[in-house]
Ligand binder design. Sequence first.
Ligand code: ADP
Length: 843
Amino acid sequence: MAVGGAQSVLKGTGRGALPPMLEQYVALRDEHADFLLLFQVGDFYETFGEDAERCARLLGLALTHKSSKDFSTPMAGIPVRALDQHVERLLAQGVRVAVADQVEEPGAGLVDRKVTQLLTPGTVTEERHLTADENFLAAVATGDGYALALLDVSTGEFRCAAFHTRTALYDELARHRAREVLLAPELSGNAALLADFQARFPVMLSPANFEEAAARTELSTVLGDVPGTLGTPALLRACGAVLGYARVTQQGHLEMVRRVVRFEPGAHMRLPDAAVRALEVFQAQSPQGLTLMDVLGGTRTAGGRRRLRAWLRAPLLDELSIRARLDAVEGLTRTPDLRGGVRALLYRAHDLERLAARVATGRATPREVAALARTLDLLPEAVALLSGQDGLLGAVRARLGGLPDVVTQIRAALVDDPPLRLGDGDLIREGFHAQLDALRAESLGHRAWMADLETRERQRTGIGSLKVGFNNVFGYYLEVTGPHLGKVPADYRQIATLKDRARFTRPDLREREREIARLDAAAARLETEVFTELRASLGAHAEALLEAAGALADLDVLGALAELAAERGWVRPQTASAHARLTQARHPVVEHASAAPFVPNDAHLDDTRHALLLTGPNMAGKSTYLRTVALCALLHQIGSFLPADHAELPVYDAIHTRIGASDDLAGGRSTFMVEMNELAAILHGATRRSLVILDEVGRGTSTLDGLAIAQAALEHLHTTGAHTLFATHYFELTRLENDLPGLVNLHVAAEEDERQGLTFYHQVIPGAARQSYGVEVARLAGLPAPVVARAGKLLTALNTQGDDRKLVRELAALDLGRLTPMQALELLHAWQRELREGAELPA
Ligand code: ADP
């Protein structure tokens, strides 16, 4: 974004010629050069100059012009009441927004304006701008490798990690779906690197401060000290940068940030972004498709949903932790009452984590504090439900029970159903604050006097139709209709004359009215004060609130996994040392989504058979089989039951996948290039403890190239000992079974029938497939009959060429010294027959 200044923002206009309001605009805009400034002018937020052009383009607004005698600038505005929806659209497009409001009542001169909100995609905290999922702001710095800091200001979650490679960093950033990424100057200053980052992430070029000294100040201000765990300068700088940036946008409020957690990327299973996408964990590859998250996501709270996403992003490596989660899921699966009770309770919970963060930063509205109380009310119930539980559920109970009684405090102060905004009054409960009660009682006295006034005046004047009314212009008034005007007493003063009636006031009426207004304003001020105090005292418990929120989120995820397991008859996986054995496994998403019955399959991998080569026609179910195994491994390591009759799985250090042909259009890489990049990463990264899923490797290039690459890759993986599932249409590869001891051929059953064509059984069985059925699948897909027939002929001819190559190989391998003339003649005869049959030549 161009740096501000009248010359660039309002081009073609000299600063001297600007009207005072635009002077003010330019000054505010220059102060927030990295933001799109929305400038309140009455009922509209306006933008001017270049910003107007940009805003009109981004929001599809009409561009107008603000002109005077010697001056003109483009202008685009949005109505004040439509601010939220437009801001949302700007944020979604990666634009930072500054909102400048009129902060005094318009009078004769220039109205004072101030920037009241700074909104950026990665730092918004208002519920209306947020989805229920996490909302991370990220910063990246380099030093010895890469350092990443992640901050979710809506919950206070603050994490950082160091990475050796850029690929690993990219994976982590993608997994956290950072909405805004800040780059240290050493990265943003390198054009190639910057472009690479920008092609993948919403990078914000901004003057975030990445200096080490500034980072130390920032960390000690926010956290109280500089945690020693951060270690490297790069980590410090990344953490300092996110905090500094967030502090500006939060206008100083970072109270919800309590600690920074340094996580070890190696402490969790490696799940590269390619695998997350290929396995459709969070995002389906087709618009209407379901994801694993959709199937698992029976969580009842927003916090639970975020926690489940976090578990899926970082599957466990530690066997004991996996077992602890599985124990808890099993406990809940086995006791429907407990599960039902927990889930019914969670149904009533609000987003405790975000409420806690908003209380901590002093932003919570009265209604949010009431929601907090309602949610906290549930905790003793939850503790009671979980009594007698040990393990993870016992730990959850302990974490839920550690909160002092703040509910009573809130309940005593706040009415049950407080208004949305502070300043609207009527939010503090009667009897809580003596002075407030007194003010209210006094105001009520005056109102009662007003209410009785009509009766009293009717009696006094004898005008039966006399009325007391109220409007915003005159306040309270007495109204008398035409025929009775003669009876109006002397102390009435006429203030308005209508066609057939007149309105009057009286000095004492005015007096009472002013008194009511004064008392109400004083009460409202006092209410705000009392509420602010309450909120601040709740803020002191922020840490305990966040702890309880975390426990509730864990409980929600465990409950959702148990519910799913119970509902769908999933089994608890056993953790094995080095083998995988799945009996009657199903694909969790396909099984759920498709109307046709799902055909379960077995899978068995161990040291003697660690590479499974899967052949079979297209559409037979190869991909589905591969993904089933990978998804089962993933479910095991998040501590979930899984869809099979029996499951034993090792703890994999990584799941690598290379599936399908995806073009990286944005990155400008061809399908084949993407495929090879991903394959390279897998071949470099896979270990004996990895699970590798390769589907149709080599498809993106010519047949021979593809075959050669596929075979070489398979051979390499075979030497690593990784559990490898390799689906291919290259039948030539099936003969590798003879050369590679750990490789086993499997195929998916299909049957070709004269009348019915091809039938798929989706059943995986031992041995190599007989043929590819590609032409038959093409026919099923509706290719015109003549094209199918021609393809069949060509296939035969091509197969013949294959035979030719086979004959050549046989010839080359002959040991002529050991051949008798008779044997030679027999061989020649056999070859000739094969050739003639293959080419359909006459005998
Ligand atoms: P391939 O990889 O062999 O081309 P896919 O795995 O893509 O085949 O599966 C093709 C279709 O068959 C998909 O629509 C899938 O839903 C269905 N399918 C695959 N496996 C099964 C199964 N075990 N049971 C039922 N339907 C299946």
